[in-house]
Structures are given as structure tokens and as C-alpha cells.
Design a protein. Structure first.
Length: 487
């Protein structure tokens, strides 16, 4: 019964037997039947009016018979079913004059779906949240905090990696946007949930949990102290992760830790940088990106036939999410490491430390002074296959550092390194990788904007200036500067 086939006159035909049939449909193993069940609920609810007693009575019957079914649909593993349940939820909540009584079940699920991986579900849920809750969302979650925390914890253990990722985002919202007094009794449980996700086999889940732990520590620094040693161990491990975004986001998380614990955090973090920032020196020439991944290919008809009939190739293999290129990876439990640890390349340790320098410079620019020689050395390394990825990080980070240091770049202590870094950035324009060259161009522009044309020209030779004017990345900016200066 799609909504187009239901009218106000049909509402009298909605019996308890029909509602029970719809409930059974939402439990069916066939996802199309489950989806049809939720569209039927949406069709019935959308024609109910709050000012008609019969309609309100029908909505009460729907609550009695189908509230659990709607809640179940909002957590269904199929995106299409979850979307249909979201449609039913909006129709029901907007029609029911007693919707405040439904929040303890539906609000946590509605909130989580605002972060769901499927765009249709996410956007529809965001709009539903705005229409139903308006600006009252934090109050509702605080009022029903026990049910909310219980649901988020259960979703952090879901088989679907995208749901585990969404639950991490929801936990952060509780810490940062919901009444602190309401959340405080649940801090230990929520932090434990994040730490379990921090050890997940799926890197997007770990990436989200890494950032979430940093924000959670910033919101509840005293309550999180008990877990700090374990958290530092995980953050430092992820600072050299094989995935570049994980390294970058770990640096952001550690920035929040510094804001929360000041000198205590620096006493942990600075020694780690000193120990690891120059590990790229030890990088073998034949560096491998994502070293532990294999790419074995056999060619030829005979080899293909053998492979096609090899049961080992076609069983017990990696399973992927429907509608997503992300692999379905097992969740973590307790303190176990579910396979996230990978062999790290030495340059990845350096890369993570460089990201962390950018974060440090925004907190206290003087903290990066001692690491300028290391940055210079890293910018000149060309001895391994993936040097351009480290080079890109160095110059992207130096944009942040230059803006944080400002005129200090020309101070007596830093001027020599600034001059050498400018020369190294100009050399990087010809490194053979467009992303790294573009990052070097951005760094040169940032330095120029900070110190001005006269000081910048004092740092470069005529030959280097000519290179800048002709470079495909930096040229547009420096030609304009040259034209404005009448050169």
C-alpha cells in the first residue's frame, strides 16, 4: 500500500490485523518486503491529523503495534530499508501530537542516521531532525541520555563498519553539544566505546574514533585521565599509520590533548617528535605504499583456468559492503587489536610528526623552533620512491607554520633556515610530482605574504626569481606580484 493508494477515507480500514501484518512485513528476511512495510506506515501516518480524535487514536495504535518496528527499521543494515523507515518516522512524528513521548526510542536513532554513510538516508535524516526537533535536539538527548548512550554503545558494536563510524560521531556530539551534567555519569562508558572503535580493523572507523577521543578528552579532561596512557599509545601508533588521513587526524587529536593538559601533554608529545621526525633518513630506496597489501596477478589462459577453478580463490575472501567500496571488516572487542596494526615505513613516522608540527605551531609557534632544521632536511630527501608524499606534507604544513610564525621568520634565529627552506621549496617545484610541487608553491606564497616582497626578494637570487615567474604553479602569483611592484 504505497502512500498514493491511501486516502483519508481508507484510514477507517486500518485494523489491528493490518498493523500486525505490517509488523510481520518489517521482520521479513526479504528487504523489499521490509521496505514496503515502512512505506505503508508512512502512507497511513501522513494522512492522520492531530485535530481529529479518530486519527490520534489510530496513531496511538500505530505506537502500540509498530513503534518497535520503526525503531528497528532505523537501524536496518540495508540503506533502502533504513531510508523507508526514516520516511515513516518523519510522517509519524509530524502527525503525532504526543511525539515527545516517542523520543526515548526514536531520537537516538534519528540522530545517528544524520551521520550515516548513505547520502539519501543522511540528508533525509538531517532534514527530519531540523523539522521535528528544530533547536531542541540537545535538550531531548539530555533528557533521554540513558537510552541514547545505550543505543550508541550498541551501534559501536554493529557488524556494519559505517554504523560504527557514525556512532563515534554521535558520541562526540554528546560530549561537545549536550548538557555536561547529563553526560558526566556516562563518560567512562562512552570513552571505553571510543577506545574499542580505536582498535577497529576498518581504518575509517579508527580515523573517526581517533578524532573523537581527542575531542572527548578536551570536553572531559579530568574524567579521561585514567585512560590517558592507553590513549597515548593508540595515538602514537596511529601517527605513523599507513593511511595519510589517519596520520593527519591523529595530529589534530593530539592538538586537542595539548589544549586539555598543557605542559603534561607536551612532556609526552615533544619527545615522540624528537625521536621519530627524522626516521625518513632510514627509509630504503624501494619504499612501498600500503606495504602489507599484496597485488599478485597471473596472466595467460592456462593460469586463468587454474585460478577460475581454484576453490581457495573464491571462498573465505574479503567481503565488501553493498553499495560501498569499503571492505566489511570485523569490529574490535575489548582491548584486542583486530588487525589494524600494519608494518610502517620509516617515512610514515616522519610524515605524522610533520603533521603534528603544524598543529603545534597553531597552539604555540615557539614550539616548532627546534624542529626547523629537521623540516629542512626532510624537504631535501629524494632517496626513496614515495618521497613526494612526505614532501607534500612538509610544504602543506609549512604553510601553517609560516602563517603562525609571521614576522618571526626573519628573526635572527630563524632567518637562515627560512632562506634555506625557500631555496628548498623552489627546488621542489621541479620534483616531478604535481601535488608536491603545488604544495611547495603554496608554501612560497605563504612565506611571501608573511614577510613581504622586499624581504622575500632578499632571500632569492635572480635565477630563483626567474624560476618562480615561469613556474606553472607559482608563476601566476609571482607574475602578479612582479607586475604590481613594477618589476
Amino acid at each position: 500500500l504505497p502512500s498514493g493508494c491511501i486516502g483519508e477515507a481508507s484510514l477507517s480500514c486500518v485494523t489491528d490485523e493490518l498493523l500486525q501484518l505490517i509488523d510481520r512485513a518489517t521482520l521479513h528476511t526479504n528487504r523489499f518486503l521490509r521496505e514496503a512495510g515502512y512505506h505503508t506506515i508512512a502512507g497511513i501516518a501522513s494522512f492522520c491529523r492531530a485535530d481529529r480524535a479518530d486519527d490520534v487514536a489510530l496513531l496511538r495504535r500505530i505506537e502500540t503495534c509498530l513503534l518497535d518496528a520503526i525503531a528497528r527499521g532505523l537501524a536496518d543494515n540495508w540503506s533502502q530499508v533504513r531510508y523507508a523507515a526514516s520516511v515513516a518516522t518523519r510522517a509519524f512524528m509530524e502527525s503525532a501530537p504526543f511525539r515527545e513521548e516517542l523520543y526515548y526510542v526514536l531520537a537516538p536513532r534519528m540522530c545517528l542516521n544524520r551521520h550515516y554513510v548513505a547520502e539519501g538516508v543522511r540528508l533525509y535524516s538531517l532534514e527530519t531532525w531540523r523539522r521535528v526537533m528544530q533547536s531542541d535536539g540537545p535538550r531531548v538527548l539530555a533528557k533521554h541520555i540513558d537510552a541514547t548512550v545505550e543505543f550508541y554503545c550498541s551501534q559501536a558494536q554493529a557488524d556494519n563498519h559505517a554504523v560504527r563510524e557514525a556512532s563515534c560521531r554521535c558520541v562526540v556530539e554528546l560530549a561537545s553539544q549536550v548538557d555536561r551534567i547529563a553526560v558526566s555519569p556516562h563518560v567512562d562508558v562512552l570513552l571505553q566505546v571510543l577506545m574499542v572503535c580505536f582498535r577497529d580493523a576498518s581504518w575509517p572507523v579508527r580515523d573517526c574514533a581517533c578524532l573523537a577521543c581527542g575531542q572527548f578528552v578536551l570536553a572531559f579532561p579530568e574524567e579521561a585521565r585514567v585512560q590517558l596512557d592507553a590513549l597515548y599509545e593508540l595515538w602514537f601508533a596511529h601517527l605513523s599509520d599507513n593511511i595519510s588521513s589517519v596520520r593527519r587526524n591523529t595530529a589534530f587529536a593530539l592538538g586537542n590533548v595539548i589544549k586539555a593538559y598543557k605542559q603534561d601533554a607536551l612532556d609526552k608529545i615533544l619527545p615522540h617528535i624528537r625521536l621519530n621526525i627524522l626516521r625518513a633518513r632510514d627509509q630504503p630506496a624501494d619504499s612501498v605504499l600500503h606495504k602489507t597489501l599484496e597485488n599478485v596477478t597471473e596472466f595467460g589462459v592456462a593460469a586463468k583456468r587454474i585460478r577460475d577453478n581454484d576453490p581457495h580463490v573464491h571462498s573465505n575472501q574479503q567481503v565488501f559492503s553493498c553499495g560501498s567500496l569499503a571492505p566489511k571488516l570485523k569490529r574490535a572487542t575489548g582491548c584486542m587489536d583486530h588487525g589494524f596494526t600494519r608494518t610502517r615505513e620509516p617515512w610514515e613516522w616522519s610524515d605524522g610528526c610533520v603533521h603534528l608540527l603544524g598543529v603545534l605551531s597553531e597552539i604555540d609557534p615557539t614550539l616548532v623552533d627546534e624542529f626547523l632544521p629537521a623540516l629542512l632536511e626532510l624537504s631535501e630527501i629524494r632517496s626513496f620512491a614515495h618521497f613526494h608524499m612526505l614532501l607534500q606534507t612538509v610544504w602543506n604544513t609549512f604553510v601553517i607554520i609560516a602563517r603562525a610564525l609571521g614576522a618571526e621568520l626573519l628573526s635572527v634565529k630563524k632567518c637562515a633556515y627560512t632562506s634555506k627552506l625557500v631555496a628548498s621549496a623552489i627546488a621542489s617545484l621541479d620534483c616531478g610530482n604535481r601535488l608536491a610541487a603545488s604544495a611547495a608553491s603554496d608554501a612560497l606564497e605563504a612565506i611571501h605574504q608573511v614577510i613581504g616582497q622586499e624581504s622575500f626578494r632578499g632571500l632569492v637570487s635572480d635565477e630563483q626569481w626567474a624560476i618562480l615567474l615561469q613556474d606553472p604553479f607559482a608563476g601566476a602569483y609571482f607574475v602578479k606580484v612582479s607586475s604590481d611592484q613594477g618589476e
